[in-house]
Design a protein around this ligand. Structure first.
Ligand SMILES: [Zn+2]
Length: 400
């Protein structure tokens, strides 16, 4: 148990909005996670409350998106897909046109803005907004099930409130829309750990894309080879991401916690277990900064729900799995493979997998250390140097 105050963004209005039935993006994941948490007694109690989302005004979406794009989204929602809309990416296989398209985007954006306000107002220490995380949306382009970029809007809101923001994206896909939004700015440090663009959409996110102008060194991509396993993921996090977070010293963290990194996801090729997310969240909580956790991807619904519920439980400071031998409130777990609780079993790693992942990953990490660390006053081992910067607030012990 901890006295950390958690909030979970939830509105029944969002339950009725959904993508087309044949689309892999399943909006019911948030409601299922909520049910799971409530059945564990981890939500809806002292210090772990639900907070209602709201539908963002179109005006609020204009902070990132253009008028003609919003007009195209509105028309497409009404079944009017124009040539201009097609050029903006609407109507593709991963960007279907459907009735709730704009409404969903507005609610997701409203949820992210509400989550930001809860953190900025000091009403909670960690806010989960699992409806959101649409990191592939650009000012005038949709992509990868994303139409309205709620996480960019959340970062912008926090920057406007004078906060220094670190955005960490651990979805299997590169956070290209967020990268583009802040590529030449230093008020947001964007870090994306994702399956390499050699094997996965959106085919970019190389370690050499490090920002430009004032943002030079403030865009960090950690491409993970297909087959990346828990220890390799955490090694990359500890070697590159953690020293940068410490050096940057953010006031606030925005995390895109896509669960499509888990082994068994039908769209990706990473091999994480959700135990990695426990270790990840524990490290992030150790920074003692307000944290917004957005949902993002995750196309194996049951694994995604368990991963998110486990991440929430980690934030609650609770470690042990409950006794599930009797099922949950009379309903047995959906997963027949593993009914031992929220945690996955430890996944074995084959020597071939290790060989395939380790060498390529090490090369990327070395490149990042060489290209990015100097911009943050970090030495090769990730220790704070003399100038510029040095260890940020809460940075304390350098990590070797
Ligand atoms: Zn994804």
């Amino acid at each position: 148990m901890s006295d950390r105050r958690l909030a979970f963004i939830y509105s029944p209005e969002m339950e009725v909005l959904s993508y087309p039935p044949d689309c892999p993006f399943k909006t019911q994941r948030t409601g299922l996670t909520r049910q799971r948490l409530r059945s564990f007694g981890l939500l809806g109690c002292e210090g772990r409350r639900e907070v209602a989302a709201r539908e963002a005004a179109l005006e609020e979406l204009r902070a990132f998106h253009t008028d003609r794009y919003l007009e195209a989204l509105d028309r497409a929602s009404r079944g009017d897909l124009t040539v201009e809309g097609l050029h903006m990416g609407l109507g593709g296989e991963d960007t279907p046109v459907f009735k709730d398209l704009l409404a969903y985007g507005r609610w997701a954006a409203g949820g992210a803005l509400r989550a930001s306000d809860v953190l900025l107002g000091g009403e909670a220490d960690v806010v989960f907004d699992l409806w959101g995380g649409f990191h592939h949306a650009f000012p005038e382009h949709a992509g990868g099930f994303c139409y309205v970029n709620d996480v960019v809007l959340a970062c912008q809101r926090c920057v406007a409130a004078g906060r220094r923001v670190a955005y960490l994206d651990v979805d299997a896909h590169h956070g290209d829309g967020v990268q583009a939004a802040f590529y030449d700015r230093s008020e947001v440090l964007t870090l994306s750990m994702h399956e390499s663009g050699k094997t996965l959409y959106p085919w970019g996110g190389a370690e050499t894309e490090i920002g430009e102008g004032r943002g030079l060194g403030h865009n960090v991509n950690v491409p993970l080879p297909a087959g990346t396993y828990d220890d390799a993921f955490l090694r990359a996090f500890d070697r590159v991401v953690m020293p940068l977070l410490r050096a940057y010293g953010p006031d606030l963290l925005v995390v895109e916690l896509g669960m499509d990194t888990l082994a068994g996801d039908p769209l990706t090729h990473l091999m994480l277990s959700n135990n990695a997310h426990v270790d990840l969240m524990t490290r992030l909580l150790g920074l003692s900064r307000p944290m917004l956790v957005a949902g993002g991807g995750g196309y194996h619904v049951e694994n995604t729900v368990r991963g998110w519920a486990l991440a929430w439980r980690t934030c609650c400071g609770e470690e042990e799995d409950h006794d599930l031998s009797l099922g949950l409130g009379g309903v047995m777990l959906g997963s027949t493979e593993w009914a031992g609780g929220l945690r996955d079993p430890v996944r074995p790693v084959t020597p071939e997998q290790r060989r395939a992942v380790d060498a390529e990953l090490e090369t990327s990490l070395e490149t990042l250390v060489r290209l990015v660390f100097p911009h943050h006053g970090l030495g090769e081992a990730g220790q704070a140097g003399k100038a510029p910067g040095g260890a940020g607030p809460g940075g304390a012990a350098p990590k070797g």
